[in-house]
Every structure is written in structure tokens, then in C-alpha cells.
Ligand binder design. Structure first.
Ligand code: PXP
Length: 255
């Protein structure tokens, strides 16, 4: 596996392929194949692949994670809840990154950030073996300073800031509130970087809302899934990813 980071200034794009599996599972068939999507994403310039193995296996399944580990040559960001089952799996597979997310069975998607501040002793113990195994452990959190500080305290390497509220506010036409949320994300990214954390962001990002997020200088990676997989219906997956890449580069003055 090559894990070369891009030159400073250029954001990494992690493509989340969960919803390729959603479409596959709708018919209980073998296609579309998430690995094939991941390989296409790699060719189109993705810097990493993200896959969320949920407790209920509603999209990605265990076999998909094995196939991705064996088949892709860019880093895998393995997203999961902080359970014993997922820790054992991560320790067996040793993906490049493990992103811990909150998970509720009844939710449609990951709704909020992880409550790291409320679970410090357990998460400290949970993280240690993953870190020892060489995984970069990431906390999917809100921009709340308490959550950012707690993530640094438990020894996480990375925080991924939840952009879902920002995306929803913009989509619902609440431009002022979205601006306020964007400002809070900026401050959060600044605080996280000042504490030595690598800062990522994701959730709900689209062509229309990605640029202000991509322009936050402390960010080094965005993880984007649902929109890209949907857009692939119209443009094809490669062109959909290339356009996202272009917008991210534009926001950084690189295109
Ligand atoms: N980052 C994390 C931690 C997520 O849980 C998700 C959704 O699975 C994403 C990024 C991607 O969000 P979206 O599918 O809305 O682009």
C-alpha cells in the first residue's frame, strides 16, 4: 500500500462507497460491486476509500472490507462504532485509518458526532491497541471545543468534523445559520490543529456546499459519499469524482 500524502495545500479526497453497497443490497445480488467502485475512484484521483461497517450491516458487509483491504492500493479509512466486535476486526485487518462514529440502529445516517468528552476512560483504552497496531484513529465529532480537546486527550491522531448541520442548513435555505455553523467549523479546525490533531471533515458535502469547507486551511482531508454515488448515476463515477476534486482544488487556489 502506498500512503504518500499530497503536497501541503492540496486536500485529500476520501470517497465513501457505502451506498454502492446500499444499491447492491436492495436486490440481494452481487452488483454493483463496492470494490469495483473503489478501484474506479482510485483511477479518478481519490486519495482514499472510506467504508462504514455498521453493526446491522445495512450496506457494507464484512466481505467488502476484506475485498477492499486486498484490492485497493490507496488507504482504507475503516469507519465503525467503538464496539469490541469492530475493534477485533480492525486489529485483524489493520486498515490505514479507523474512524470512530456514533451509531444508532434507527438512524438513517450518522446523525451527530461522537461524545468523546463523555467517554474518555473507555475510549482511551479502546484506542490504545489500535494505535499500537499502526492505525491512525480518527474521532468523528462536532466542532464543540470539549469534544476536540477530549479527542486530543485520549490520544486520537485525527478528528473528522461533522459538516452535516452546515449542509442541512444551506440546503434548507438558512444561509445565515449556515454561515454561523461554518464559522464554528473554522474555529474547531483551528483549535484541533493547534492541539496537534490532523483535521478532516465530512458529511452531506456536495458540489454546491463543498468550497467554503475546502477553503478551511487546517483541513487536510474531506470524506464524501452519498452525493458522489448519486451523481455517478448521471455523470459516471469517475467524472463525478473529478468534478469534486476540481472544486476542492479551486477552493484552495490550485485550479
Ligand atoms: N464521514 C463520516 C464519518 C461519515 O459517517 C459519513 C457518512 O457515512 C461521511 C463522512 C460521508 O457522508 P456523506 O455520505 O453524506 O457524503
Amino acid at each position: 500500500m502506498t500512503h504518500a500524502l499530497r503536497a501541503p495545500g492540496k486536500l485529500r479526497l476520501g470517497v465513501n462507497i457505502d451506498h454502492v453497497a446500499t444499491v447492491r443490497n436492495a436486490r440481494g445480488s452481487a452488483w454493483p460491486d463496492p470494490l469495483r467502485a473503489a478501484l474506479l475512484a482510485e483511477t479518478a484521483g481519490a486519495d482514499g476509500i472510506t467504508a462504514h461497517l455498521r453493526e446491522d450491516r445495512r450496506h457494507i458487509r464484512d466481505g467488502d472490507i476484506d475485498a477492499l483491504m486486498a484490492g485497493i492500493s490507496i488507504p482504507l479509512n475503516f469507519e465503525c462504532a467503538a464496539t469490541a466486535e469492530m475493534q477485533a476486526l480492525a486489529l485483524r485487518l489493520k486498515p490505514h485509518a479507523v474512524c470512530l462514529v456514533p451509531e444508532k440502529r434507527e438512524e438513517r445516517t450518522t446523525e451527530g458526532g461522537l461524545d468523546v468528552a463523555g467517554d474518555v476512560p473507555r475510549l482511551t483504552d479502546y484506542l490504545a491497541p489500535l494505535r499500537d497496531a499502526g492505525c491512525r484513529v480518527s474521532m468523528f465529532i462536532s466542532h464543540d471545543p470539549r469534544q476536540i480537546e477530549a479527542s486530543a486527550r485520549i490520544g486520537a491522531a485525527v478528528v473528522e468534523l461533522h459538516t452535516g448541520l452546515y449542509s442541512d442548513l444551506l440546503a434548507e435555505g438558512h444561509a445565515e445559520l449556515a454561515d454561523r455553523e461554518l464559522a464554528a467549523l473554522r474555529k474547531g479546525a483551528e483549535l484541533a490543529a493547534s492541539l496537534g490533531l490532523e483535521v478532516h471533515a465530512g458529511h452531506g458535502l456536495t458540489y454546491d456546499n463543498v468550497e467554503p469547507i475546502a477553503a478551511i486551511p487546517e483541513l487536510v482531508e474531506l470524506n464524501i459519499g452519498h452525493f458522489l454515488i448519486g451523481e455517478a448515476i448521471f455523470r459516471g463515477l469517475g467524472p463525478a469524482i473529478e468534478e469534486m476534486r476540481r472544486r476542492m482544488d479551486m477552493a484552495r487556489g490550485l485550479a
